[in-house]
Write a protein that binds this ligand. Structure first.
Ligand SMILES: Cc1ncc(COP(=O)(O)O)c(C=O)c1O
Length: 379
């Protein structure tokens, strides 16, 4: 594609490859979106969505979910549901307010004020891998429509096959006014982002020659990024990676869900496609619970490290906690992950948790040491 050497000077107007990318993405998206605004990163896509929502509705307020993550530039940070990211950077954008993830009543009462431009929401929250109840997202979309607010799905993490559908919103047949994309859109190779926008919202914002360039960026829609994205879509199709993500995700859940029954410390195992998490909670016995509490008193969420570290040291498997102050480990395997690798991960996880249950005091010592070190670093 790059060999075609299309004219691609920054800011020279719409370029061929980003036009083809728009066509290809829209062909895979719900009928509610009809145009693409290019960007370079996830946060930039979210910034664009905030601006478009405000300009299209003439309203200022933007709602987001508690524990949400939409990026770390000032606008998207204003939609961040975690104090760890927000603190110290205020004042953030005025008019950005949280609602509980899954709480339609809270959403309805915020929307009733008649001043909400948009609800920006991750179909599955990245921080914690929180999967909403079946009725929440369709309900939230309906409430937004009734209130004249735009319904914006941030699919920066969940999109491009991650959850076993090309877009996670397909699980609930959603028809959003905007969809934010980035991350896997270029196969992780080069920075790329995009917002898919409804015709109505797009036309209200870009409604004349003078207003045609009111949002954009020098490198948004550049040929290299568009070529990488088009190549990614081609491989996704030719290797049937979306269906594979669904199959491998089902296998991963089938192998790991029984851990909830097997181990007291495993509170939950959840996932959608290849977006998977395991959550730990305090064990039942008084002694074991005391150990847990000592470890957690050092730093909430530290218990997870007792699993993450041996998984890496002994099994060479790298995964991470799904957010601050939570005992949730998250795995987002590559979509071409092999069945044998899923099986190896599940077996290693089980062995590691079993060891954690067998030698709780040694692990607690490790936890306390790690906690002390972490506290020193924080100071
Ligand atoms: C749902 C979601 N939105 C937006 C972003 C921000 O993307 P970027 O890091 O490319 O700015 C992320 C990044 O993790 C994300 O998970």
């Amino acid at each position: 594609m790059l060999a075609a050497r299309t004219g691609n000077l920054p800011q020279l107007g719409v370029t061929l490859l980003s036009g083809v990318l728009a066509e290809q993405l829209l062909a895979r998206a719900p009928a509610s979106v009809a145009a693409m605004v290019p960007a370079n990163t996830g946060t930039e896509a979210v910034e664009a969505a905030i601006k478009i929502a405000r300009a299209a509705t003439g309203r200022a307020r933007v709602l987001y979910a508690e524990h949400a993550f939409h990026g770390l530039t000032l606008g998207s940070l204003s939609l961040n549901g975690n104090a760890e990211f927000r603190d110290g950077f205020g004042p953030l954008l005025p008019g950005c307010d949280p609602v509980g993830f899954g709480d339609c009543d809270a959403l309805e009462s915020e929307l009733a004020r008649g001043d909400v431009a948009a609800l920006v929401i991750e179909p599955v929250q990245g921080k914690g891998v929180n999967i909403p109840a079946d009725e929440y997202l369709p309900g939230a979309q309906r409430l937004c429509r009734e209130a004249g607010a735009l319904f914006v799905c941030d699919e920066v993490q969940t999109g491009i096959g991650r959850t076993g559908r090309f877009l996670a919103l397909e699980h609930w047949d959603l028809q959003p006014d905007m969809i934010c994309l980035s991350k896997a859109l270029s196969g992780g190779l080069v920075p790329v982002g995009a917002v898919l926008v409804s015709r109505a919202a797009f036309d209200k914002v870009f409604d004349g020659m003078e207003r045609a360039v009111r949002h954009g960026s020098t490198f948004g829609g550049n040929d290299l990024a568009a070529a990488a994205a088009l190549a990614t879509l081609r491989v996704l199709d030719s290797e049937d990676l979306v269906a594979r993500a669904q199959r491998m995700g089902e296998l991963l859940l089938e192998l790991t869900r029984p851990l909830v029954e097997r181990f007291e410390v495993v509170a939950d195992v959840r996932g959608l496609g290849l977006m998977w998490a395991i959550e730990f909670g305090p064990p039942g016995g008084a002694g074991a619970r005391r150990l847990w509490e000592r470890v957690e008193a050092r730093q909430p969420g530290l218990f997870s490290q007792l699993v993450i570290v041996p998984l890496f040291r002994e099994h060479k498997i790298l995964c991470q906690v799904a957010g601050h102050h939570m005992n949730v480990i998250k795995a987002l395997p590559a979509l071409m992950v092999e069945e044998a690798e899923i099986r190896r991960f599940a077996a290693a996880l089980e062995e590691t948790i079993a060891a954690a249950e067998r030698y709780p005091s040694a692990l607690a010592r490790f936890g306390l040491r790690t906690g002390i070190r972490a506290a020193r670093v924080r100071r």
